[in-house]
Each structure stands twice: as C-alpha cells, then as structure tokens.
Design a protein around this ligand. Structure first.
Ligand SMILES: [Zn+2]
Length: 83
C-alpha cells in the first residue's frame, strides 16, 4: 500500500510539473490561434432592466429608480407627491 501511495504522489508531481512548464511555441509556428473554448458569457442581466412609465409625466425609467405610491409608478418623489 505504501508503494502505491508514493507512486500516486510521483504521478501527481509529474502532472503538476507538466502543467507548470509549458513548452515554448515551436519555431515552425502555428499561426491559427485556437478559439477560446469558454464563450465569455456576455449576458448581462443589468442591461435588460424593466422599464416603467411615470404616471404623472409618462417618462420611462428603470424600475429600480422608480418611486411607487398607491399602486402607481412615478419617476421622482416630486411627481409622486403631485399625483
Ligand atoms: Zn414623472
């Protein structure tokens, strides 16, 4: 069992060294860069925010910036007070 443990340790070290020491690009050159496998997710939830309409001046604004009062949505505290 002890021999297996050491064997596994040696294999792990070799794998770690292989990962660390990347061979430099060969002289022959590989002009074509492989595409990145991980598609950088460009889906931003922030850009698709719900837009609401002010009940007083009918201006559209993000729901996170709206002022809600009595079931209506307003663009500002002033308009909420005016209604
Ligand atoms: Zn308004």
């Amino acid at each position: 069992m002890r021999l297996l443990f050491w064997l596994g340790l040696v294999i792990l070290v070799i794998l770690a060294l292989k990962k660390k020491i990347q061979p430099p690009a060969t002289g022959s050159g590989n002009p074509e860069q492989p595409l990145e496998p991980g598609n950088a997710g460009s889906q931003h939830a922030g850009s698709a925010e719900t837009m609401v309409c002010c009940a007083h001046c009918q201006i559209y604004l993000p729901a996170s910036e709206a002022v809600q009062r009595a079931g209506q949505v307003y663009c500002s505290q002033e308009h909420a007070d005016l209604a």
